[in-house]
Design a protein around this ligand. Sequence first.
Ligand code: AAT
Length: 278
Amino acid sequence: MQGIWFSELQTPGLGLSIKLKRTLHHEKTPYQELAVVDTEAYGRMLLLDNIIQTTVGDEFFYHEMIAHVPLNTHPHPRTALVIGGGDGGVIREIIKHPSIEKAVLVEIDARVVANAREYLPEIACGLDDARVEIRFEDGIEHVRQMENTYDVIIVDSTDPIGPAVGLFSTEFYRNVYRALKPDGLFVAQTESPLFNARLIRRIQRDLAEIFPIARLYLTTVPTYPGGIWSFSMGSKEYDPLEVDWRKVPQLATRFYTPAVHQAAFALPPFVQDILNKK
Ligand code: AAT
């Protein structure tokens, strides 16, 4: 193979390789090793500890689905919290909703935000919106301190390693429940149904114990392990399968539509089996 290639070793037996044009930036932050590279296939790409976080070419598959599914499930979301997501992609989608008055981004690593602003302006472009507040804190601590505060909480976290481990814990989900308003709801990225089945099963069980409504939905993310990705939702009142579509705002999107929203909850049998297994 000619040229320089980056490979993410996604599982012990699987890698994804992308041809690089050049490396734009590389640094060790207090939390992780960060790189921004330019690729042939997907344009600019953010790496943390050699794991693909997002690329300009496929980021909308993920950011639109993690944001618009919960925001359209809630009939009048005013306050939203994003944990992680320092690239700004989720924030950019949230502020498309006219009902949003305040969107708080809690990112542990300030260097992710600084580099996204500099190298990924298409993704970070919403971070300067007047409704957005950015806090460089641990999201686990933030939800511990909040009560009855948010309509929607979105966890756009790294994989369950290092500082993100606690974002996948039962205790964290209980604190999220408390940080939500009485009709609030929450979504987290919950990894690959091909390679993280046990994690998904445990999270869904936790959510079903804590929230009246617990759901799993899927999207495609070409650069994540296996290409098929899961999101878990816990909701106090609103069901993502019973949205009043006449009332949702018209949004400029490239992946999300009401039909895609509904289809995302149609689980293939191998995914349904993950939930059913004892
Ligand atoms: N928008 C897709 C990008 C991400 S990045 C996830 C972010 O979560 C990182 O910037 C990381 O610094 C931040 N983070 C990790 N732990 C915490 C924490 N405890 N509190 C706040 N922020 C945190 C998601 C990529 C998914 C990759 C899937 N393979």
